[in-house]
Design a protein around this ligand. Structure first.
Ligand SMILES: Cc1cc2nc3c(=O)[nH]c(=O)nc-3n(C[C@H](O)[C@H](O)[C@H](O)COP(=O)(O)OP(=O)(O)OC[C@H]3O[C@@H](n4cnc5c(N)ncnc54)[C@H](O)[C@@H]3O)c2cc1C
Length: 395
């Protein structure tokens, strides 16, 4: 997403840009839901990607209890989209001749005003600038800023997106149109509607994004990272390899905990999978003629639903700096000065919201925030809301 945003914004100011993607085939998401924010809408419009058929407008938030009764409600209109839709809109901004699948970055060498980039498949490219938009485990960052490493937050999520058509009429009537919270102690279940296969927005064809946050220490994480073939992974297990015994145990635990409408969602997720939660921030996001954007530059916990918005904002700021300064190095210094602190603030805000789960509450401020978020009213006011950075001031 950050790579495509960067390409779109730089082309608009007259740069020649090529995008190199590791995957040998076009990327498709697994129905991952994405909360939108005003910054994302603005970046999509300004990049030329646009916002056509962006997603589903939800009007309200609800919190439900163990019996499924609504115990809190808020009006908060918000558009919920999906990874696939955003990827499709952004991908269309890049000329196919300049989008190169099957190119795995391995090394960059810098020589004054030039970068020389080597790919595992054999290609070598020269350019004025390398932008690393290669995600949380960025190989570009690994080379230029190796001390910046993602930290496990002490919790993980089970996720999936059941088809609307498979859900019971009662579930549809009760929660499908809402951004829904269910908040047992030290856990969160969050759900909202997203488009169906091939961005189908028609009623009956949509899906419900389902996320269940659970606490698990480093030892538990290690156990979760063993796949169905018994292989240990370092950071995450590819979804199709999620261990069946873990899925069975998770389903049994859910049956004892959740209201019927959420169980209906979970039972209709054929292949639930686990995402461990990590965050980090890099001290510098520019190293000579290498700039980092999106999750490669900093990654926050997903409580704000702001990762793609930040990716768009990074790309936009990079292009604005390169437009405003004739000298590339001065422009890059400006980009670093503007966006590195923003990435850090967003990450810190994510940690603040993560205190809800009661993990590793170190400071007085952590405990104060944890206490505030024990109220479901506060959760509805703080999780994935627009203009969240202004909340820091009033907390
Ligand atoms: C559970 C969860 C929920 C989230 N919810 C939201 C939400 O509601 N709203 C929101 O805005 N964000 C959300 N996010 C965050 C969002 O998904 C990320 O911030 C966003 O995808 C970052 O985009 P990116 O382009 O920087 O990185 P990525 O999406 O990780 O893309 C990196 C790309 O680089 C490629 N790549 C990697 N290594 C190489 C290499 N060596 N060579 C070439 N290519 C390479 C990868 O194949 C990939 O295509 C959520 C994240 C999680 C985990």
């Amino acid at each position: 997403m950050s790579g495509l945003f960067t390409a779109a914004f730089l082309r608009r100011i007259g740069w020649d840009v090529d995008v190199y993607e590791r995957s040998p085939v076009e990327l498709v998401g697994r129905g991952a839901g994405i909360t939108t924010h005003p910054e994302l809408i603005e970046a999509l419009e300004a990049s030329g990607a646009g916002t056509r058929d962006l997603g589903i407008k939800v009007e309200r938030r609800i919190t439900i209890d163990r019996q499924g009764r609504i115990i809190g409600e808020r009006r908060l209109p918000q558009i919920l989209t999906s990874w696939d839709r955003l990827q499709r809109l952004l991908r269309a901004t890049v000329d196919p001749a300049h989008y190169h699948l099957g190119h795995t970055f391995t090394r960059v060498e810098q020589d004054g005003g030039e970068v020389r980039v080597t790919f595992a498949e054999g290609a070598v490219e020269r350019a004025d600038l390398l932008v690393g938009g290669d995600g949380i485990r960025s190989s570009v960052r690994q080379q230029v800023e190796p001390t910046a490493q993602p930290l496990y937050a002490g919790y993980y999520i089970w996720r999936g997106a059941p088809n609307e058509a498979d859900l019971k009429p009662e579930t549809l009537a009760h929660i499908f149109d809402c951004f829904t919270f269910f908040l047992p102690e030290r856990q969160q279940v969050i759900g909202y509607p997203i488009s169906g296969f091939d961005n189908d927005l028609r009623p009956g064809r949509r899906r419900y994004n389902f996320i269940w946050y659970r606490v698990g220490d480093a030892q538990k994480l290690k156990e979760l990272l063993v796949d169905d073939h018994g292989r240990q992974h370092d950071f995450s297990v590819p979804p199709p390899l999620t261990r069946r015994d873990l899925v069975a145990r998770m389903r049994a635990e859910a049956e004892a905990l959740m209201p019927e409408c959420l169980l209906d969602c979970l039972r209709n997720i054929a292949q639930p999978f686990i995402t461990p939660i990590y965050d980090f921030t890099a001290k510098r996001i520019v190293h000579g003629r290498v700039a980092l954007v999106g999750d490669a530059a900093s990654t926050s916990r997903p409580h704000m639903g702001f990762g793609v918005s930040k990716a768009g904002g990074d790309a936009q700021a990079l292009a604005a700096a390169l437009r405003d300064y004739d000298d590339i190095d001065t422009a890059l210094a400006c980009y670093n000065a503007v966006r590195q602190p923003i990435g850090e603030r967003i990450m810190m805000h994510g940690r603040k919201l993560g205190t809800h789960l009661g993990v590793d509450l170190k400071t007085e401020e952590d405990r104060r925030m944890w206490k505030l978020l024990q109220s479901h009213e506060a959760m509805m006011d703080w999780i994935a809301v627009p203009n969240f950075l202004a909340q820091d001031a009033r907390a």
